[in-house]
Ligand binder design. Structure first.
Ligand SMILES: [Zn+2]
Length: 121
């Protein structure tokens, strides 16, 4: 899940490019290249992922700023600047993580598919 792998076989990549390449960051395979799992089970499937992502993001932002402000004693302004830098760096990874998380949540691991995917290499 953290490596943006297929939910069913944990072998195939969900995205054609690397997280930090910034080339086609939001391009996603329609099917698993290894086990042929459908990454788009229904239209609008990833609205839920966006929702999850917003919740995580809100909590994370809050925690991040509070940590810098109170634990590291930075000013609120400086904390927010660090937050922006951090978010700019990990935005793509985060977007993909939300999708991978969502797919894993709703689809789940299928060991028999992993076997097939491994056999294919
Ligand atoms: Zn797969």
């Amino acid at each position: 899940m953290f490596n943006h792998k297929c939910a069913e076989c944990h072998e195939g990549d969900m995205f054609p490019t690397g997280s930090f390449s910034f080339k086609e960051p939001f391009e996603m395979h329609e099917r698993c290249p290894k086990c042929d799992a459908n990454y788009y089970p229904e239209p609008g499937f990833y609205y839920g992922a966006m929702f999850i992502s917003y919740i995580f993001t809100a909590f994370f932002f809050l925690g991040f700023v509070m940590l810098l402000h109170w634990v590291f004693d930075l000013s609120l302004m400086t904390s927010f600047i660090w937050l922006l830098l951090f978010v700019a760096t990990f935005f793509v990874w985060w977007f993909r993580f939300a999708r991978a998380f969502w797919l894993n949540l709703l689809v789940g691991f299928r060991p028999e598919k992993a076997t097939v995917a491994k056999a294919k290499g």
